[in-house]
Design a protein around this ligand. Structure first.
Ligand code: ADP
Ligand code: MG
Length: 683
């Protein structure tokens, strides 16, 4: 008999009334399956303990024999009941509050199981739960599940209802995982695992049950992504880029440096995707300064030489400016045209630009998000390069497709993230990693100093600038719109301008007009300005190789990854570079974070530490993160399983049998419910 538990309303569980059904809805429980998959988030330990082994203040469960008579004191509606109980060889005084009705059951010589807080000095226990083994035990000797509850739903009621659901339907819980995986990992069968999670026989069984369900959850999640990816590939509607290697080599040879081995590797991966008929969806990650931009340039070159146009989307105008400048330098000898489109390009200029894009006269367009919107059309868009802040969601990509083009997409991340997290967050993408920085780079020395060392820092600034170098001075700006922070930047600028009359000091913040920002950056690029006081608008991408000193005020107000990005603005040329963090953090974690920065300048290590200190939710900025929420798996502690599950899922969908064999019907059914076949992904 094949009954779908997700088609049976939770009302069918005996004991669930219409009003309770409504309450359960609030927790996302509407079917029997929802109820069975409502897993506890921890367990209450009711296993029997020996008094010798427990500590004062522990919450414990013990068994003992009642000695003497109970004493009841009443205070109005409240009451206090005490009774002497012999536990092991100890005489323990058990105290119940407001349980006067127990008095008659506390007969001398009767065995009782007590749960409560142990006060060793006074040899007393304040009882939260008690029961008599001669009446049949419920809890003792077991781990009791604790669910997330609220409203009119109580722990006891929910435990009972889930127990009831297990009695009525537990045997009908179907297996979903393929037998080969169950065998390979010695996984507990699904129905057993679900039962064990709610009613663990012992800790070992509970652990096995969790292991099974974590694997299942991560596997199904990955299966969804991998199936989606595989179907996209099969659709074969992407652009086949035809540029040959000789043409590309010609461009690469024109660059002022040789590519690193890591760059060559990702170049190959990207070109392979671009030449294939499926549309590329690839994430390019690499530490700051690893040379991602030139890889983007090669890909853009390839699309243009294949007769298409390329778009480069960046988060800020400053960055757009910079890229236009450097791409023009690279592409002009090849007769490739590069233009910029941001919100400050308006009127006639904008109209002309859009027309030129539509006619295919502009080969490459660099801009902010504005450039893929509404009235912007291309003659033939072959490649979109974006960075992290503009990561296309699955839905945006299908919007692009519906607009009539299906370009290859290359996403670059400014924040390197641990590989396993990349797999989760960007599971539908292929990942390329630039794993080394160009040779000959001197490491960046990072120092953490207290505010009272500012005088010496000023001395250090003079020394560097006297040697012909340039410096950034960053002050915290958490919100672009925060007036107070802008004022901080202005104050600091005035102070520096007075302190260094010999040098040109500049100011940059988010409230300046685009033209002002542009002029400031131009002066800094050309070394007309030696010291730049700035908010975090220079955080990503800005590339001035002659700048060797990065000073960050109130550094403890920044996230580690952000500090690492800022630090990445120096160490980009041949000169030795320094990063100075000025901070007086109060908390241990704050100090730990500053120390972490001085200990490593490897971006992957930094994000690992950041993740450890903050947890994944905050790391990605909760909601926008796009990270899925799991019922039972934990993204940090279940990292390894995630990677295994991903490989298993990828292997399975690439097997033709998966799409036809009856054995995999339940999994295909699952994918169907997730609408993967309609080209959607539902989180
Ligand atoms: P990021 O990965 O942070 O975007 P960039 O692409 O801005 O790094 O590169 C950092 C600097 O290193 C740039 O000045 C760039 O010209 C230079 N660069 C890139 N690749 C190499 C290389 N293979 N050898 C030497 N310098 C390189
Ligand atoms: Mg392609």
């Amino acid at each position: 008999m094949n009954i779908n538990l997700d088609q049976i309303g939770v009302r069918q569980v005996s004991g669930v009334s219409a009003s309770k059904e409504g309450e359960l809805h609030a927790f996302g429980i509407s079917t029997v399956l929802d109820l069975l998959e409502y897993f506890p988030f921890r367990y209450e330990d009711y296993r029997l303990r020996a008094l010798q082994e427990v500590k004062d203040g522990d919450k414990i469960t013990v068994e003992g024999k009642i000695v003497g008579l109970p004493v009841l004191q009443r205070y109005g509606k409240k009451s206090r009941l005490t009774c002497k109980v012999m536990v092991d060889d100890w005489m323990v005084t058990a105290t119940w509050f407001n349980r006067h009705f127990l008095k008659d059951q506390l007969t001398s010589g009767r065995v009782i199981i007590l749960t409560g807080k142990w006060d060793q000095r006074r040899s007393t226990m304040t009882i939260t739960d008690s029961e008599f083994p001669d009446k049949g035990t419920q809890r003792s000797g077991s781990l009791q599940p604790v669910y997330s509850i609220g409203g009119k739903i109580t722990q006891t009621w929910l435990r009972k209802m889930i127990g009831q659901a297990l009695d009525q339907y537990g045997e009908m819980i179907p297996e979903v995982l393929p037998q080969e995986l169950i065998r390979q990992y010695k996984l507990m069968p699904r129905k057993q695992a679900i039962r064990q999670l709610h009613q663990p026989v012992d800790a070992g069984e509970g652990k096995q049950a969790r292991r099974r369900m974590v694997y299942e959850e991560l596997f199904l999640f990955q299966l969804k992504l991998q199936a989606y990816r595989s179907m996209n590939r099969k659709r074969s509607t992407g652009i086949v880029h035809t540029t040959d290697n000789a043409t590309i080599r010609e461009f690469v040879r024109s660059l002022p440096f040789e590519l690193t081995d890591a760059q060559k590797q990702v170049e190959l991966e990207i070109l392979k995707d671009m030449r294939s008929p499926h549309s590329m969806n690839r994430l390019l990650q690499g530490d700051v300064g690893s040379g991602k931009t030139v890889i983007a340039a090669i890909a853009l070159f390839a699309t243009v030489r294949s007769g298409h146009q390329g778009a480069l989307m960046v988060p800020t105008e400053i960055l757009a400016e910079q890229h236009v400048r450097s791409l023009k330098r690279m592409f002009e000898p090849f007769g490739i045209t590069v233009e910029m489109l941001t919100s400050s390009v308006t009127g006639r200029k904008r109209k002309d630009l859009i027309a030129s894009l539509q006619m295919g006269m502009t080969d490459i367009i660099v801009g902010t998000h504005a450039l893929i919107q509404e009235d912007v059309f291309f003659r033939s868009l072959g490649l979109v390069v974006t960075d992290e802040q503009h990561r296309f969601g699955v839905n945006q990509r299908s919007v692009l497709r519906r607009k009539g083009f299906d370009p290859d997409v290359l996403t670059m991340t400014a924040t390197p993230i641990p590989r396993t997290l990349a797999i989760t967050a960007f599971g539908d993408m292929d990942v390329s990693t630039i794993s080394e920085r160009p040779k000959g780079r001197k490491p960046i020395s990072t120092y953490w100093v207290k505010q009272n060392m500012m005088d010496r820092v000023m001395g250090f600034i003079s020394k560097e600038i006297d040697q012909g170098r340039q410096a950034y001075l960053i002050c915290p700006l958490i919100e672009e719109s925060d007036k107070l922070d802008v004022q901080n930047a202005i104050d600091l600028y005035v102070q520096m301008d007075q302190a260094f009359p010999k040098y040109q000091v500049g100011l940059l913040h988010g409230r300046m007009s685009a033209a002002e920002k542009e002029e400031t950056m131009r002066a800094f690029y050309s070394n007309e300005m030696q010291l730049l006081v700035s908010t975090t608008v220079v955080e990503v991408g800005v590339d001035v190789p002659n700048a060797t000193l990065m000073i960050i005020m109130d550094a403890d107000r920044f996230g580690l990854s952000q500090l690492h990005q800022l630090r990445g603005r120096v160490g980009r040329g041949e000169h030795e570079s320094f990063c100075i963090l000025i901070a007086d953090p109060k908390s241990d974690i704050g100090q730990e974070r500053m120390r972490a920065m001085t200990e490593t300048d490897d971006g992957f290590e930094v994000s690992r530490r950041d993740l450890e200190l903050r947890g994944p939710g905050e790391f990605f900025g909760t909601k926008q993160s796009g990270l899925p929420e799991f019922k039972i798996a934990d993204m940090v502690s279940d990292f390894e399983v995630l990677e295994i599950a991903r490989n298993d899922a990828a292997r399975l969908v690439s097997n033709e049998f998966f799409w036809t064999s009856p054995e995999y019907e339940p999994l295909r059914e699952f994918l169907n419910r997730q609408q993967v076949f309609q080209g959607e992904l539902i989180d």
